[in-house]
Ligand binder design. Structure first.
Ligand code: HEM
Length: 226
């Protein structure tokens, strides 16, 4: 196994994970006023809400799809009527649908950020960086689909799931699972891990603050001026 493979897929995820957790804790503790989505809705922009909603529906489904799909033990597949091959097909279909939704949404958001003068004037380099990182990551995810279509036996999907499970359970030798997979999967994993690394330093921290109480909270009373 090459040192680079071991470093990028065996060690780097733990460096990124540590920075992610400690960075979020420190920012939450010390920089409360910067813990926000930095909403730009007030600045308008054609199709903004369409783009934002498409992106969020897509990316949230992708997040849970990856979480469940990669971390579910292989021994559970038969209980859900799945074989490695059908599970791969399911992952490709769901990933394809939600990836496309998120990609269309992000295309609208990136276009608005870069070309709407009012939005551009309030945009930092950090905003552009994180938007483009997520955009490229979405593209890479979609680009894995035709590669996966070349081997529908589920073998690569099992390797990727073994890799993710080894990483989260601190098993030695995780990087060996992905050593020989296509570079597009490797790049997708690398960029995904990098997203965790930069997460605490960007507006992505808003993901922690998912407003779960929104559904059950009391109505806000809004009165018109007399
Ligand atoms: C957990 C549920 C989530 C909620 C409630 C949420 C909510 C929001 C809100 C309110 C905004 C600001 C929109 C505005 O400008 O008015 C926003 C923007 C954004 N969110 Fe989320 N979000 C969630 C999850 C995510 C996830 C998982 C990602 C993953 C990458 C993400 C990435 C972004 C990005 C990149 C923006 C900036 C869009 C732009 O201004 O162009 N969000 N989100």
């Amino acid at each position: 196994m090459t040192f680079l493979n071991e470093f990028l897929f065996g060690i780097y995820p733990y460096i990124a994970g540590t920075i992610f957790l400690i960075g979020c804790l420190v920012r939450y503790d010390r920089e409360q006023y910067t813990w926000k989505t930095s909403s730009s809705q007030i600045l308008g922009g054609k199709h903004f809400l369409l783009g934002l909603n498409l992106f969020h529906v897509g990316v949230i489904c992708l997040f849970f799809g990856h979480l469940i799909g990669l971390l579910m033990p292989h021994s559970w597949y038969p209980y859900l009527g799945l074989t490695p091959s059908t599970k791969q097909a399911l992952a490709m279909t769901a990933g394809g649908i939600f990836g496309t939704l998120a990609f269309i949404g992000m295309t609208i958001l990136v276009h608005r950020r870069l070309f709407n003068p009012r939005v551009k004037a309030t945009t930092s380099k950090n905003d552009v960086f994180i938007l483009l990182l997520v955009y490229v990551q979405l593209l890479l995810g979609l680009a894995t689909i035709p590669v996966s279509a070349g081997h529908m036996d589920g073998s690569v999907m099992l390797l990727l799931a073994d890799y993710a499970q080894s990483i989260v359970t601190f098993k030695a030798g995780a990087a060996a699972h992905v050593e020989h997979v296509h570079w597009i999967y490797k790049l997708h994993i690398f960029l995904g891990v990098t997203t965790f690394l930069v997460f605490p330093f960007t507006r992505l921290v808003h993901v922690w603050s998912v407003p779960v109480k929104y559904i059950s909270r009391s109505y806000q009373i809004v009165r018109q001026r007399a």
